[in-house]
Design a binder for this molecule. Structure first.
Ligand code: GLA
Length: 428
């Protein structure tokens, strides 16, 4: 805890510090090649993803191998000013393979993830805007850091220790993604760091008691780390002075063919989950953990997202496509493989590992061409997808779900890793 209290005090004025990020989990600094096999040993989980990993062993890592020793670099620059005059910065981390990640301390928004395809062509694989102005306007959480509570809480109400709390209702009858001014719309203090194998920043924010209706002063830190093996990791920490629900996540939208390059229906997705959380018509879980077997929700093997998305299935109808949480196969705690996303034409692959119990797969169903983003790209229906690692929606009202309640004296800890690679040799 002391570590991020320090980070909060040092704040934006600090220049990039050499060495370990103040609140890093040491294991994140181990090369993912070491973490991944370890994670694979976790029960059934591993078996499902083993074949993908074996394929990955044969992948074309291109120039990565030759330059692995170079230290990642970090640049910071002004990124504009908010309506109330607060200065915002943009951080760009570049690793030894040329992978680049940019993020801003406004809402912890990831503004770009640039990775090579199997031909070596580097493209941004996230949806977003060219400038701060776009992020200040209305948009569906592009690149956003979500808090205090990722996804929905029914009717914006929950009862904790006998007391009812009311949150802003900002999505039909429900509360979504932390409220009107969630963590995606606040200014975070940012302390950059660089060392031999990774670079990034520790973002800290103290949410006041009662903010958006949530009890307790929540001291939050989120560390974004890019390593030389093309892994981008998110380490979340929080403490509170009153019991309160916490469910932090990242809401980047991906299109592995490249931003603006059509819809995501040909992407192949594998999820390490044999159950999901069915929802009602307002996308609140019913409380059931249903089997995916013989349903369009079965991603236990890699399947094209578009293969079954239009089937006459009531759950697909409620979501307008996929917009559900999958229950990750895990035994105990620790990082487990959650998802593997592959875009066949570019060959780009993104694997997600997490300590969370669930992953929300949202197939960009609400994108409808009304938003023009980066480089004039018009975001049509399903031009991007989100894979949000999290606890289950509406957990504060579902006692049988894994608890999201953080109490004084406890520390909220969560970690998610996105690992990028390519599958298939470059064409001659
Ligand atoms: C989440 C929700 C979706 C939608 C998006 C943002 O993924 O589950 O229903 O609200 O965020 O547009």
């Amino acid at each position: 805890m002391a570590a991020y209290e320090d980070a909060g005090i040092r704040g934006l004025g600090a220049s990039a510090a050499k060495g370990r990020p103040p609140d890093s989990i040491p294991s994140t600094e181990r090369p993912m090649r070491a973490i991944f096999p370890a994670a694979l040993l976790v029960g059934l989980t591993g078996t499902l993803f083993l074949s993908a990993c074996e394929r990955e062993g044969q992948q074309n890592d291109g120039p990565a191998q030759a330059t692995l020793a170079a230290a990642p670099t970090l640049e910071r620059r002004p990124f504009g000013t908010t309506a109330d005059g607060q200065q915002v910065e943009l951080f760009t981390v570049t690793n030894a393979t040329g992978m680049k990640v940019s993020f801003t301390n406004y809402g912890g928004v990831i503004t770009a993830i640039e990775v090579p395809d199997r031909r070596g062509t580097v493209e941004d694989v996230t949806l977003g805007f060219d400038s701060l102005q776009g992020y200040l306007g209305e948009h569906p959480y592009f690149g956003s850091l979500i808090g205090r509570y990722g996804n929905r809480i029914a009717r914006g109400r929950f009862t904790l220790d006998g007391k009812e709390y009311r949150l802003a209702v900002n999505n039909g009858p429900n509360a979504l993604h932390g409220g009107r001014r969630g963590f995606n719309r606040v200014i975070w203090s940012a302390e950059p760091f660089q060392n031999d194998s990774s670079a990034g920043a520790v973002l800290t924010y103290t949410s006041a008691d009662g903010e958006e209706g949530y009890p307790g002063t929540l001291r939050t830190s989120v560390t974004y780390t890019l390593t030389n093996d093309n892994s981008l990791s998110f380490t979340y920490r929080a403490t509170t002075d009153k019991p309160t629900p916490v469910n932090l996540t990242q809401h980047a939208y991906f299109n592995l063919a490249g931003d603006g390059e059509g819809d995501i229906l040909a992407h192949r997705l594998q999820l390490n989950a044999s159950r999901f959380t069915p929802v009602d018509s307002t996308l609140i879980p019913t409380g059931e953990l249903a089997s995916v077997k013989n349903t369009p929700f079965d991603f236990t093997q890699p399947v094209s997202i578009g293969a079954r998305i239009n089937q006459p299935d009531q759950q697909l109808k409620f979501g307008g496509g996929y917009d559900h949480t999958w229950v990750l196969a895990r035994q105990g705690e620790g990082l487990v493989p959650a998802a593997r996303l592959h875009e066949p034409e570019s060959g780009r692959v993104m694997e997600i590992l997490t300590t969370e119990p669930g992953i929300q797969f949202y197939s960009g169903n609400f994108l409808d061409g009304s938003i023009t983003g980066r480089a004039g790209h018009v975001y049509q229906h399903r031009y991007g997808l989100a894979l949000e690692t999290q606890h289950f929606p509406d957990s504060p009202n579902k006692p049988a779900f894994p608890s999201t309640i953080l109490r004084p004296g406890e520390e909220y800890r969560s970690q998610t890793v996105y690992r990028f690679s390519v599958e298939g040799a470059a064409p001659r």
